[in-house]
Design a protein around this ligand. Structure first.
Ligand code: CAA
Length: 383
């Protein structure tokens, strides 16, 4: 069978953030509830001229600059912050990063899960056509109502993965465990900017889906629990990743090994939830924040999307993977950010009318310049 997986992986997050200490102070909450109770430090905030498309293009560009775009004939854009009910966000990215017009571009949706569906579809496709490559993009802005229990778990970011039959970073295993149940733990009707959710119930459904997907993975001939060197989970907030890790260990009657999950939570703590991108940010964080060389390590991934779908699968880290990462650039992106006050966070959260043009605040190359006749006009500063 053709080996398929991730040839390159890149991340982007906006320059602005609000600290959870500022949020706690404003709401009269003990800051430890956020730092320890949910395990988060910062909420990444996009500027008025940034959205899922500009973040996605920023994430893709380093891959194109290093590897080129030869062979890419498909862009799968996973998001639950869609900007249009009809047109796929992938098409804007295809133009901005100058991919061939002989390219299929689609958007996928199933809450935070859809990037995993995209990754699996991409692997199957390149197994059939090993000379082709697929760009899998996960880009989201996690926004909850202010003063809701979810407010502290907001964030924003994009992951881009080049999927091919020459996986230089990680091979994606062929066996998956799947689980779907029709529930209302978190959803966002078309007319709403923010989701409706039952926070506590959603955490329980997530843990249930993890065990059910794991059982299906085992039934399908998956690796035993002790074959895994690391685990990465969907991370709406980092304590959820820790809870998932101990839940899976308990279900397997094994001791809870926090060191198998911890390096994968470093970036998420600083960025916040980025829905579809969160699991892959955790995976990237494992690769870029583990002191030891992970070559040959087996990493288990659990993807969860409310509503709800879960999938458990395995990946193997390739020899020389470090040479194909963008670790220094990612660390700079996370370190070189600007904290805003609670008041400025509220202004950004409220959004603004962009018909007269958006203020130029994005740190990246791509900007949403304005919305004209309901058309989103993106610009490339280098054009
Ligand atoms: N010091 C230390 N810890 C403290 C503390 C303090 N002063 N005060 C509270 N805590 C602890 C609590 O003991 C609790 O710990 P445990 O979970 O281990 O019991 C933790 O902090 C959280 O406290 P609460 O349960 O009181 O917090 P809450 O009800 O205000 O919010 C939440 C928790 C419901 C998960 C909320 O963050 C939320 O609604 N989030 C949005 C929904 C979500 O992320 N769901 C996750 C599963 S669904 C999913 O994953 C899809 C997705 O991306 C949305």
């Amino acid at each position: 069978m053709t080996v398929t997986g991730i040839e390159a992986i890149s991340f982007y997050t906006p320059q602005t953030y609000v600290s959870l200490d500022a949020l706690a102070e404003r709401h009269g909450i003990d800051p430890a509830k956020f730092s320890r109770g949910i395990g988060q430090e910062k909420i990444a905030l996009p500027g008025p001229d940034e959205d899922i498309v500009t973040m996605a293009a920023e994430a893709v560009m380093p891959i194109i600059e290093r590897v080129g775009s030869q062979g890419i004939d498909t862009v799968l854009f996973a998001t639950e912050t869609g900007i249009d009910q009809s047109k796929a966000a992938a098409i804007y990215v295809q133009r901005l990063v100058q991919l061939s017009p002989n390219c299929r571009c689609v958007e996928l949706k199933q809450a935070c899960y859809s990037a995993t569906a995209a990754l699996q579809l991409a692997c199957s496709y390149v197994a059939r056509k090993p000379d082709r490559k697929v760009l899998v993009i996960a880009s989201d802005i996690a926004r909850y109502d202010r003063d809701s229990s979810g407010e502290a778990t907001q964030g924003a970011g994009a992951i881009a993965m080049l999927v091919s039959a020459q996986p230089k970073v990680q091979e994606v295993g062929a066996i998956s465990g799947l689980f779907t149940e029709d529930i209302m733990d978190f959803w966002r009707p078309n007319h709403r900017r923010t989701p409706i959710f039952d926070g506590k119930a959603s955490t329980l459904r997530y843990l249930n889906a993890l065990v059910e997907a794991w059982k299906d993975y085992q039934a399908n001939g998956g690796l035993p629990y002790d074959a895994f060197d690391r685990f990465c989970y969907h991370v709406p907030f980092s304590r959820m990743g820790e809870k998932a890790n101990s839940h899976l260990a308990k279900a397997n009657k094994m001791p809870n090994a926090m060191e198998k999950v911890q390096p994968g939570l470093v970036y998420n703590r600083q960025v916040g939830n980025c829905y579809t991108a969160s699991l892959y940010l955790a995976m990237l964080s494992q690769l870029e924040n583990s002191d030891e060389d992970l070559t040959g390590s087996t990493i288990g991934l659990f993807s969860y999307g409310s509503g709800a779908s879960g999938e458990f699968f395995d990946t193997k880290v390739m020899p020389g993977y470090r040479d194909h990462l963008f670790a220094e650039a990612h660390k700079r992106l996370i370190e070189d950010r600007i904290a805003v006050s609670y008041e400025d966070y509220v202004t950004l959260w409220d959004g603004m009318d962009l018909t007269q043009g958006a203020p130029d605040t994005a740190r990246g190359r791509f900007r949403l310049d304005r919305i004209e006749d309901d058309k989103r006009i993106y610009v490339d500063r280098n054009a």
